[in-house]
Design a protein around this ligand. Structure first.
Ligand code: PHE
Ligand code: CO
Length: 292
């Protein structure tokens, strides 16, 4: 169905006081839309090419091996790819597809797509003057940051479980706690490897400065992934993270998040009521930090 959203931008979680950019009038009822590839200008393709080149050369030693291996699945680095071409390869690898969206979408719609193994990719490209920093996710962040790890079977299963878990969190009024899990894993996660810390989060991997900062700077705290601790932790949206959570493997992440969160949400709410939230950058007594 076309046009059911009547061009009205949705209310989205954590998006601030501006309505999201993007033309929601062309979206279907599930908020997906065609990638209008012909609409991209030479400047859009050039922005993609330059963003890609800047990020890809930073990956060795900073990004996890699964990401580096899969990034070539995005195809030619000099033009914004066709989503359908990537989807074909992705579906063969892990049964995921990517679908176009006009921008940020309501969280229930987002969860429903993930639960169907469909990853929504914003189709518009940031303006050249937003080269270093764009407030909302654009096609570069969504494609380059998120899509490569969907080629990893374990991470792919985690993303689907997250979507199903989100639909449950909506019913339990726990989306804010669950959003912290997305933030600190899917967007800003680090993984410990025999070669050292590496990034797997899309927000880090698609950022010019934060990739190096997250893996190498002495400024931020890096603590071991702990579900309840993480759900008590606030995060920053306007600057580099002050805290990163470190997993040992995607299998660990998948298993730690597999149990029913209904009692977890209750425990975390009780802990917040008793001890408060944990500020970004705070380390708890006795908590082990990862050395860089
Ligand atoms: N186990 C979670 C629940 O019951 C679902 C989930 C899995 C959430 C993975 C996030 C990530 O809600
Ligand atoms: Co993202």
């Amino acid at each position: 169905m076309k046009g059911v959203n009547a061009g009205v931008a949705p209310v989205t979680y954590g998006s601030g006081d501006r309505p999201p950019r993007g033309d929601y009038g062309r979206a279907n009822s599930d908020y997906t839309c065609e990638q209008n590839h012909a609409q991209y200008t030479p400047a859009d393709h050039d922005t993609y090419r330059r963003l890609y080149a800047r990020q890809v050369q930073q990956l060795p030693g900073l990004a996890c091996a699964e990401f580096i291996r899969a990034v070539q699945q995005l195809g030619a680095p000099d033009r914004i790819p066709h989503f359908d071409a990537i989807s074909g390869r992705l579906f063969k690898a892990t049964g995921w597809q990517i679908v176009g969206v006009p921008g940020l979408i309501p969280e229930e719609a987002f969860f429903a797509l993930l639960a169907e193994r469909k990853f929504p990719v914003t189709d518009w490209m940031r303006k050249p003057e937003e080269f270093d920093y764009v407030v909302e996710p654009d096609v570069f962040h969504d494609l380059f940051g998120h899509v490569p790890l969907l080629f990893d079977p374990t991470f792919a299963d985690y993303m689907q479980a997250y979507g199903a878990g989100g639909m449950k969190a909506s019913r339990l009024d726990a989306c804010e706690l669950l959003a912290r899990l997305y933030w600190y894993t899917v967007e800003f996660g680090l993984i410990a490897t025999p070669q050292g810390l590496r990034a797997y989060g899309a927000g880090v991997l698609s950022s010019a400065g934060e990739l190096r900062h997250s893996v190498g700077s002495i400024q931020p705290r890096r603590v071991a992934f702990d579900l309840r601790r993480l759900m008590r932790s606030r995060y920053r949206i306007d600057t580099f993270q002050a805290t990163y959570f470190v997993i040992d493997s995607f299998q660990q992440l998948f298993e730690a998040t597999a149990p029913d969160f209904t009692p977890v949400y209750r425990e975390v709410r009780d802990a917040i009521a008793a001890h408060g939230e944990i500020e970004a950058g705070a380390v708890l007594p006795g908590e082990r930090e990862f050395a860089v």
